[in-house]
Design a protein around this ligand. Structure first.
Ligand code: SF4
Ligand code: SF4
Length: 252
């Protein structure tokens, strides 16, 4: 999670990223989120599993949703995203911090304990597929998959290829709703389509209408999450949602 621009157009060169507007009230929300994260950074005695940490972090997440709403409205960005719309959940979601993983896994264990085993199994299968795509990228890429521009780097091709397997995140329920919505990762929160939802289908990854945007609001928030991530994450550099949750959930 490095310093980022306010927008990243995932269909590079096909859309003009809108200007982001931070209103005075959005600025106040950012400051409040920063204060919560600073407090958590200062409390070196707390772990993400501790109640105080967990509920403070959730407070920051709730505020972030308010912030997004405010910023999108002020920037006149109207997304076509709707509840139950789920194709973007086929992405290999990355840049998920240790703290987000810990909070999601606690939320899942508390709210859907009966599904934890099934979800872990599904994420393991996804990770195996992802690994096999990585191997294929070094050797031969399956012909039936559509890839982006040849100048894309190898990792973009791997992400694109995995997306086209159409493996929905196991955290979706049978109605296409995210089961961990209140604590979903920032990577999922920041992702929108501003033109045509049907273009999000994995088969249309290179479609001109695939006007998806990743909205970045605050480097300061990102940097504070990164501080917490570095404090707790001692095992692996892998920050993909599916692998991270296998790590957290396998001890259930
Ligand atoms: S990004 Fe695409 S698939 Fe995801 S909710 Fe928005 S329109 Fe639907
Ligand atoms: S965490 Fe939720 S929003 Fe993110 S990919 Fe999984 S189901 Fe979709």
């Amino acid at each position: 999670m490095s310093s980022r621009d306010n927008f990243s157009d995932t269909a590079e060169g096909r859309a003009n990223p809108p200007e982001i507007v931070i209103t005075e009230s959005a600025g106040k929300i950012i400051i409040t989120i920063e204060e919560i994260l600073d407090y958590l950074i200062s409390r070196k005695d707390l772990n993400p599993d501790d109640n105080l940490f967990y509920f403070k972090f959730r407070e920051a997440l709730d505020l972030y949703d308010l912030l997004l709403e405010e910023v999108l409205a002020a920037s006149e960005i109207s997304s076509v995203c709707k509840t139950g719309c789920k194709q973007c959940c086929c992405h290999w979601v990355e840049n998920v911090s240790f703290v987000e993983g810990a909070v999601i896994s606690r939320y899942l264990k508390e709210n859907h304990p009966d599904l934890v085993g099934q979800i872990t199994g599904s994420f393991r299968e996804d990770a195996d597929i992802f690994d096999s795509v990585c191997v294929s990228a070094d050797d031969k890429i399956p012909e039936h998959h559509i890839f982006g521009d040849e100048s894309d780097d190898r990792y973009d091709l791997i992400l694109s290829c995995f997306y086209q397997f159409g493996r929905h995140c196991a955290l979706l329920d049978k109605n296409g709703r995210c089961m961990v919505y209140p604590v979903r990762p920032f990577t999922c929160r920041d992702y929108f389509n501003v033109r045509d939802a049907s273009a999000c289908h994995p088969e249309k990854i290179n479609d001109e209408n695939n006007a998806t945007l990743i909205v970045y609001i605050s480097d300061a928030i990102t940097e504070k999450i990164e501080v917490l991530h570095r404090r707790f994450n001692k095992v692996s550099d892998d920050m993909s949602l599916r692998r991270l949750l296998v790590r957290f959930l396998k001890y259930v």
